[in-house]
Design a protein around this ligand. Structure first.
Ligand code: EPZ
Length: 409
């Protein structure tokens, strides 16, 4: 298994280009099942989750079924179920996995599909004990007025794609407002769908009664807002001056205002950011929220920044259960982080970090460990870097170009 070997202490400098968005691509690619013929996806990042999605979709197109072994490796596989159901009238799929926060509930999907007339039954378990579901729509799918229990991002996207081929209109209330939903709506509408409301809490889809979309306009993957945000935090942590190019700055405005409050050096244009560490970084409180609030995917990287800021900062993770697991390893490196309850932690800084042997629990905590190792004294080894490669393209090569002492072994 590959590992990253990191020696801390180098000051980073230079420019980095943001890759195509993992989550916008993962949400849009399954929509290829709604098309008659081939539709192109451009500017996709070469990361593991995109490779898995490609494998999964070519299997579905070839055999009409979802490969359970691939699907259970990443959460976003659940996004193929709605289009497969709408296209083929049935699907068998596993409870999606991926990382430690991956095996989360899928009730938002199941309730939505049932409201559209689908029948779902638990179909036993795979050899590895993964729960498998059997879903079918014997009388076709009908549009409905459905309220999501939580504004799930993939739940919203999955139900939109299911509704595109249903009979009649679907209203999705309490829909996620993340940019990935707006990119999906725009892509499908450019190819003949009739969807309105993406980016608001109510999305309306005119069903096409099974009539597939005709390919016209390719999907062009926008820049990854979470990668841009991750690099902005890295710049504030370890760079003299880091220019982050080709990013939609407005999509990470919550993060940028927090970095500003913390005293980082920040210069922003519409599609670039220049960020640098300042002499005096002060602790700030952060609460993760649905878009446009502070993104939960930036919480672990930001926690590393707080370990180097002066004073106490409260991190309140409101979106996920169990997304504070990285505290233990950061404390082993010398951080002073107290877990107050499963959703809240207080970081006291600044603290001197020392290199350690670490394992990436999920992709964002994995990147946070790389960042901590870059400012720690001595050498760190980071294992399970498949998790990091799931979401960050060639991260070691790109960090080395900024002067980081990191190698893949
Ligand atoms: C998307 O995941 C992203 N993944 C996640 O990014 C991101 O952390 C998350 O949105 C929140 O912004 C993709 O877009 C592929 P949710 P998603 O459903 O849609 C609960 C990364 O690092 N929930 O919005 O799976 C759930 O447990 C990944 O790139 C239910 O209870 O997240 C969580 O507490 C990690 N039932 C909350 O909603 C459901 O049926 C938000 O989850 C679905 C979700």
């Amino acid at each position: 298994m590959d590992k990253f070997l990191v020696r801390g202490g180098n000051i980073l400098e230079g420019e980095i280009e943001v890759s195509g968005s993992k989550n916008a691509a993962l949400v849009a690619m399954p929509a290829s099942l709604l098309f008659k013929g081939k539709i192109d996806f451009l500017n996709l990042p070469e990361i593991e989750d995109i490779k898995r999605m490609r494998e999964l979709l070519s299997g579905i197109e070839a055999k009409g079924e979802i490969d359970l072994d691939i699907a259970k490796r990443f959460r976003a596989s659940i996004l193929t179920v709605g289009p497969a159901l709408a296209r083929f009238g049935k699907a068998v799929f596993p409870h999606p996995g991926g990382c430690v926060i991956g095996a989360r509930p899928i009730d938002v999907f199941l309730e939505g599909w049932e409201n559209m007339g689908a029948e779902i039954e638990a179909a036993g378990q795979t050899a590895h004990g993964t729960e498998v579901y059997n879903i079918k729509a014997p009388h076709g799918l009908r549009g409905c007025d459905h309220t999501l229990r939580v504004p799930s991002v993939t739940g919203t996207a999955g139900l939109i794609m299911t509704a595109v081929l249903a009979r009649g209109t679907t209203v999705l209330r309490n829909a996620a407002m993340e940019p990935e939903i707006a990119y999906l709506e725009e892509f499908l509408n450019r190819n003949g769908a009739k969807i309105t409301g993406a980016g608001t809490h109510t999305v309306i889809v005119e069903g096409r009664e099974g009539e597939l979309l005709i390919p016209k306009e390719p999907f062009i993957d926008p820049p990854d807002r979470i990668e841009a945000g991750s690099f902005a935090i890295l710049g504030a942590l370890a760079a003299k001056k880091l220019k982050i190019k080709n990013c939609n700055t407005h999509e990470i405005s919550s993060l940028l205002s927090v970095l500003q409050n913390a005293g980082a050096y920040l210069e922003t244009g519409t599609n670039y950011i220049v960020v640098g560490k300042s002499e005096h970084l002060n602790a700030v409180d952060v609460k993760t929220q649905v878009y446009p609030g502070f993104a939960t995917d930036l919480q672990a990287p930001f926690m590393v920044l707080l370990t180097q800021a002066e004073g106490q900062g409260l991190i309140h993770e409101t979106i996920f259960e169990g997304r504070l697991n990285h505290i233990e390893d950061l404390n082993r490196m010398g951080a002073k982080i107290a877990l107050c309850d499963p959703h809240r932690a207080i970081v006291s800084g600044p603290s001197k970090l020392r290199g350690k042997v670490l394992e990436s629990p999920d992709l964002r905590a994995g990147l946070a460990y790389v960042m901590a190792a870059l400012v720690a004294e001595g050498e760190s080894q980071i294992g399970n870097i498949y998790q990091i490669d799931r979401g960050y393209e060639r991260i070691d090569t790109r960090l080395r170009s900024l002067g980081a002492d990191i190698e893949r072994i």
